[in-house]
Ligand binder design. Structure first.
Ligand SMILES: [Fe+2]
Length: 476
């Protein structure tokens, strides 16, 4: 744990150096352009907003307390509000003005028996799931928190009628665009971890569950919905459990890169949640998949942001200090496999450029999408010290990249696709940009087909919203 924040050498560090301030529902001034007439709905985003308390710094970017930004686009105007998720750990730490719990990248402060007595804090900071009557703030180590869709008031933890006995619910759910069924998973720890699978109705209620044993304790952050399959890639990272159990190490610090294990993959049937096949391929690490689909030959195609190793975890840990120095090289790759036999047919790089936060339009989840949107670095920057300064659209047909470069010292978050209500193949990319030149945050709206042109609208936010993880668009 760090007790001081080092001055950042890069502009992004200012956004996370001190805890972000909440703001109530506020009309947003238009800084340039005009809000598109058909852009009606809400952008929700989640991310760690507080990385210190009582003079103590948290150990990893993943440890920060989650706060949710909602930007409502209505006929009259755009408004926004920003609120911390009121988890029980957040409230307890706020009341005592000090950190009390351990987390992904930090052991609990104080004497060693604190590690044995205290659970880790659910920070609710990773993503959001917009359901018909509630917004869920997601964190992969525990239950979701339900919030009011309009006011972002925290109602409390939600079991979704199925998360019994401590079952966790991950941040990277997949929603079928036609049936509106929601698929997700959770990893239960143990000497050998368990992969729990969940199938839910459109309200989020869990209708079916299954559990599958894994070897050791791996880290699994995301999965793939491809046609009728749910596919998991288990990277060769395992927790060295003993130091964690005795309280000498945090979970994140005890993760070991073990490339000899290769990448294991598991293919499940989405209706029965039963295993169809399994296989092994070369070692890599991934946080995120762009998408998956079944092609005309019956092969499963999976696009993902692939890392050569697990250095990305070190880079993300350093983010919490506001100064990074570890390069974590990534690229967009495509895997083709036979889902029935578990044989890999092809592995190929699609885009050799450091990238993250790959997304496709929500209405194409599980099917072929002509485009993948992602965050990329600006040309020529030192990736070991920088955060993403551009967003881009990758066209898989032409293999071309269209880039929205935000300019020096500006940092866009994950690009979120908002479809046109009459034609979902057309739409807008909405991103929140931290401008380190003036220490302010803005909402930028691009035509999704014209990322290389100026944004069609820029809106001012009342205070800084630090770079976060994932969001969603909820159509009005
Ligand atoms: Fe993620």
């Amino acid at each position: 744990m760090h007790t001081i924040t080092k001055p950042s050498t890069q502009a992004w560090g200012k956004a996370i150096a001190s805890p972000a301030a909440e703001f109530p529902l506020t009309p947003l001034p238009i800084l340039s352009g005009k809000i598109p007439e058909n852009l009606r709905g809400t952008l929700y985003r989640n991310g760690p907003a507080r990385l210190e308390r009582g003079g103590m710094r948290m150990g990893h970017w993943f440890d920060g307390d989650g706060a949710i930004l909602a930007v409502h686009f209505t006929d009259a105007e755009a408004t926004a509000l920003y609120r911390y998720v009121q988890t029980s750990g957040y409230k307890e730490e706020a009341a005592s003005d000090r950190l009390l719990y351990g987390n992904y990248g930090m052991t609990a402060p104080g004497l060693i028996w604190n590690q044995w007595l205290k659970p880790i804090k659910n920070v609710a900071n990773t993503s959001v799931l917009a359901l018909p009557d509630k917004l869920l703030a997601l964190w992969e180590g525990g239950k979701p928190h339900a919030l009011d869709l309009q006011t972002l008031e925290t109602r409390g933890e939600d079991r979704l009628s199925g998360l019994n006995n401590g079952l966790p619910y991950s941040a990277h759910y997949k929603r079928d665009p036609y049936t509106k069924e929601i698929f997700n998973f959770g990893i239960s720890p143990g000497i050998n971890a368990k992969l729990n699978l969940y199938k839910s109705d459109p309200t989020g209620k869990i209708l079916k569950k299954a559990s599958f044993p894994l070897e050791g304790i791996p880290i699994v952050h995301d999965f793939v919905l491809a046609g009728q399959y749910l596919i998991f890639f288990i990277p060769p990272v395992r927790v060295n459990a003993l130091p964690v159990l005795v309280g000498l190490s945090s979970f994140g610090d005890a993760l070991e890169w073990q490339p000899k294990l290769g990448t294991q993959f598991l293919v499940f049937d989405r209706e029965t949640l039963s295993l169809v096949s399994r296989g092994e391929t070369e070692p890599w690490y991934q946080w995120h998949f762009a998408n998956g689909y079944v092609d005309t030959s019956g092969s499963v195609i999976v696009d993902l942001v692939r890392y050569e190793d697990f250095q990305t975890n070190q880079y993300l840990k350093e983010v919490a200090t506001c100064q990074t120095h570890t390069p974590a090289r990534s690229a967009l790759w495509r895997i083709k496999l036979d889902p029935e036999s578990g044989k890999v047919r092809q592995i190929e790089p699609l885009l050799d450029r450091d990238c993250e936060y790959p997304i496709i339009p929500q209405h194409l989840t599980g099917q072929a999408s002509p485009y993948t949107f992602l965050s990329v670095h600006r040309q020529g920057v030192d990736v070991s010290q920088e955060m993403f300064g551009a967003i881009a659209r990758f066209d898989s047909q032409t293999q071309s990249l269209t880039i929205a470069d935000m300019g020096e010292n500006r940092y866009p978050m994950e690009p979120i696709y908002a479809p046109h209500p009459q034609n979902p193949d057309m739409g807008w990319i909405v991103t929140v940009v931290y401008d380190g030149n003036i220490d302010k945050s803005e909402v930028w709206v691009f035509d999704s087909d014209r990322l290389d042109e100026s944004p069609i609208c820029r809106l001012g936010l009342p205070s800084v919203v630090p770079m976060g993880f994932h969001g969603t668009w909820r159509q009005a």
